[in-house]
Design a protein around this ligand. Structure first.
Ligand SMILES: [Zn+2]
Length: 453
């Protein structure tokens, strides 16, 4: 049976409607949005805005959040963090990964994300031993998503070598490795499986130019011709330098010359680009997958946002290492990085008189929907009812209307003002609590105790 909800305020594809009714079909899709009150509707106070797609996550890394903030060492940067991460994941088994991902996805829903792109490279057991079911780890991610209600775009990752030019893998990378045949089989099987799982899509990813040879990349793209393609790129200056030494080209430059890059692609980070590379990416329609909290945490650098936006570049937001799991945090940090760099305010506003929060929110929403190939975006007929209800009774939102609601949530209120969350029309978070959060948190705690972090 279709269900109709009436909200005090709703951010629709046509702007703010106050009040507004949304009708959701059994399949979770919106069939009507109306300004007219409906006496049969369930009335919910608050401001309804679309749920944010999260384009880039490594779920298992959530369990190491807070464990890498120690000073010292001969170098303390992305590369030393990566070594710690390889040590950390050595003991993780399938049950642990499922428990960590389920806990993370609950936190994502409570933080304003209603879909997630899981960039998944932890495929095998310790030492690289293949599980009896090679899809074991992916199935655990599917299970975590299904338990929580978050929509998932699963992105199994091709990781085949230890560095540019076919360097042998390190011991810590052995759990990630595939050759062309085993990877093609994995993606094909996962694509078939996800057809029967509502809200779950399967794309694919190349870990980075470091981890895949040019020949492998071309072979796989000939074989897998649909679904999103994601790649880490130009995150760190050392990576750019190594790429130039290997190919005489910078990473983004190299990728655009060797492959046809269009809106099927999501280039994660793309932090270090020249003006020419920025123009190439902006013109291509590919999505830049920006992860401001992780990029800050790892000391990556700042994305050239204003130049990119000026050229109508498309971007989405990701929580990546999941140190922060809060959509408002990512938007705020994206803008604040630019303010600190340029010593100006409201860098990302779409023009004079436009709200900075709304400009960033709408852009990230559209870019996220493209990168995840999910039927989401601005609320209108035909999109999935992924909706966040902001608590307009919260003191920080007192007297706010229109885009000031978004600006206050993003710059002042944060996740504390998220009251309810709907995923595919189901209210999975009610009054700030996920319906199954106690069980999922207990399972997570048991996993962490077993792992003795
Ligand atoms: Zn990443």
């Amino acid at each position: 049976m279709p269900k109709t909800y009436q909200f005090d305020h709703l951010l629709s594809a046509d702007g703010w409607l106050s009040p507004s009714c949304v009708t959701v079909e059994d399949d979770g899709m919106i069939s009507a949005i109306s300004k007219d009150p409906d006496s049969t509707a369930e009335k919910l106070s608050g401001a309804c805005v679309p749920g944010m797609p999260n384009v880039h996550s490594h779920a298992f890394q959530r369990a190491m959040a807070g464990l890498t903030e120690i000073g010292g060492g001969t170098e303390n940067n992305f590369w030393s963090w990566q070594t710690v991460m390889y040590d950390f994941l050595a003991a993780l088994g399938p049950e642990d990964v499922e428990a960590i991902a389920a806990q993370l996805y609950v936190e994502m829903l409570k933080g304003g994300y209603t879909s997630v792109g899981e960039f998944h490279y932890l495929h095998h057991g310790p030492g690289g031993k293949t599980y009896s079911d090679p899809n074991e780890m992916s199935n655990r991610i599917f299970s975590a998503a299904s338990q929580t209600g978050i929509a998932l775009t699963h992105l199994p990752v091709l990781y085949a070598q230890g560095g540019f030019g076919g360097q042998p893998p390190l011991d810590g990378q052995k759990r990630f490795l595939h050759d062309i045949d085993s990877f093609a089989r994995l993606v094909t099987e996962l694509q078939a499986r996800c057809r029967s799982l509502p809200g779950i899509e399967t794309g694919m990813a190349f870990h980075s130019l470091r981890a895949v040879s040019p020949e492998m990349m071309s072979e796989i793209l000939k074989f897998i011709t649909d679904g999103p393609v994601h790649i880490h790129i130009a995150e760190q200056m050392r990576e750019v330098t190594q790429c130039v030494e290997w190919s005489r080209q910078r990473p983004v430059e190299w990728l655009f010359e060797k492959q046809h890059i269009d809106n099927r692609w999501c280039l994660v980070h793309a932090t270090h680009m020249t003006e020419v590379e920025i123009a190439l990416l902006a013109k291509s329609g590919a999505v830049a997958g920006l992860c401001p909290s992780t990029e800050a945490n790892l000391g990556d650098g700042l994305f050239s946002l204003s130049e990119y936006i000026d050229q109508s570049g498309v971007f989405g937001l990701g929580s990546d290492s999941n140190t922060s799991v809060d959509a408002a945090d990512e938007i705020r940090l994206l803008e604040y990085g630019q303010r600190l760099l340029l010593q100006q305010r409201n860098i990302s506003a779409a023009g004079d008189g436009h709200s900075t929060g709304a400009s960033l929110f709408q852009s990230a929403l559209q870019g996220g929907a493209i990168a995840l190939a999910q039927p989401v975006g601005s609320l209108k007929t035909g999109v999935r009812a992924d909706m966040i209800i902001l608590d307009t009774d919260h003191p920080v939102l007192a007297g706010r209307s229109g885009d000031a609601i978004l600006d206050t949530w993003i710059f002042a209120g944060g996740r504390a003002v998220i009251k309810d969350v709907f995923a595919a029309g189901h209210r999975v978070v009610c009054e700030g609590r996920h319906w199954d959060e106690d069980r999922i948190a207990n399972t997570f705690r048991q996993a962490i105790c077993r792992l003795r972090y």
